[in-house]
Design a protein around this ligand. Structure first.
Ligand code: 5GP
Length: 344
């Protein structure tokens, strides 16, 4: 039995070391990035933070709010064609900030094809499975690439460099990285499988950038500082679920308990999601997600500003005038403490 004994790090194991800087204010920091993707050859400019394709965060309402800040939303795969038509026809300017999520079934492929045929200007496809290591997933990425030669394909999730390379070579432009770090994910408990997210990002970014590909860190960010650490570690995009949950624009009803308001948030492999979308949990599988109640947080705009403010601040502390420079200017220090919690 071989046990890898290199230390692997999560966001909580590090802080970003401050560096001399000639930036006067965080307002000078440019968070826009421009990418030209390796297969699609398409150019995209925006702030590379993405709302997760969960049915509570990848909603049209979230997309509308995030697009105003030039952030992306991976729209969940449970909207009908009619809902897509209605939304996109009334919000044509949002198209560059939308990803169409899909799975690997024939029905998923059919719906994806129909959406893209009806709305040709959509650029991004997000092919999402819990385990991106299977041969059939790689074949599916290849099939989507063959049909949609000029779309930008995001595919995942994986956590190791060799699989990032395989997915890029099979047609993905961006590989989604993260197994087990999510706020409502229980894979590490149910399956004992996972990889500390910051190390996954650092290693996968290295593999992807060597080939001209990109990565999206998916899961595990709990605060704006974690988003800054993901970018600092080499993520080109950062996907957020829990941090975008609980808002007016997020899916789900507001509940009231003892005078406080909450919104239900759940993993897409949770019992709640499986009952909603697939008629229950199949006998051969365990649910690998939980259902929680998140305190209601009002409009998502304030949260977006808070996240972008945090990332701008990180850039200012290390002298990065643009988000593009953050990785180059980041040195992580390993720590045994994060914030002071005396007044929690
Ligand atoms: P968060 O930002 O909330 O920490 O993580 C969001 C990510 O968690 C999602 O984008 C997705 O990759 C992952 N995720 C969502 N639902 C589930 C689930 O039910 N089980 C697992 N294992 N991961 C999930």
């Amino acid at each position: 039995m071989f046990v890898e004994s290199d230390v692997k790090l999560g966001f909580n194991d590090v802080l970003i070391r401050p560096k001399r800087s000639n930036l006067k204010s965080r307002s000078e920091v440019d968070l826009l990035r421009t990418f030209v993707f390796m297969h699609s050859k398409r150019e995209w400019t925006g702030v590379p933070v993405v709302a997760s394709n969960m049915d509570t965060t990848g909603t049209f309402e979230v997309a509308e709010a995030l697009a105003r800040h030039r952030l992306l939303t991976a729209i969940h795969k449970h909207y009908s064609i009619k809902q897509w038509d209605d939304f996109l026809n009334s919000h044509p300017d949002i198209l560059p900030f939308i990803m169409v999520s899909t799975g690997t079934s024939d029905a998923d492929f059919k719906l994806l094809s129909e959406i893209l045929e009806r709305h040709e200007q959509l650029q991004f496809i997000c092919i999402d499975v819990a385990n991106g290591y299977s041969e059939s997933f790689v074949e599916h990425v290849y099939k989507v690439r063959e049909k949609f030669t000029d779309k930008t394909i995001v595919a995942g999730n994986v956590v190791t460099g060799e699989m990032v390379e395989e997915l890029l070579l099979s047609g993905a432009d961006v590989v989604k990285v993260g197994i087990g770090p999510g706020s409502v994910c229980t894979t590490r408990v149910k399956a004992g499988v996972g990889y500390p997210q910051l190390s996954a990002v650092i290693e996968c970014a290295d593999a992807a950038h060597g080939l001209g590909g990109r990565i999206m860190s998916d899961g595990g960010c709990t605060c704006p500082g974690d988003v800054a650490k993901a970018f600092g570690g080499g993520a080109d995009f950062v996907m957020l679920g829990g941090m975008f949950a609980g808002h007016d624009e997020s899916g789900g009803q507001i509940l009231e308990r003892n005078g406080r308001q909450f919104k239900v948030f759940y993993g897409m492999s949770s019992r709640t999601a499986m009952e909603k979308h697939s008629g229950g949990v199949a006998a051969y599988r365990a649910s690998e997600g939980k259902t929680v109640e998140v305190p209601y947080r009002g409009p998502i705009d304030d949260t977006v500003r808070d996240i972008l403010g945090g990332v701008r601040s990180a850039c200012t502390y290390v002298g990065a005038a643009a988000l593009r420079e953050l990785t180059k200017r980041t040195t992580f220090i390993r720590v045994q403490e994060q914030e002071n919690r005396i007044f929690d």
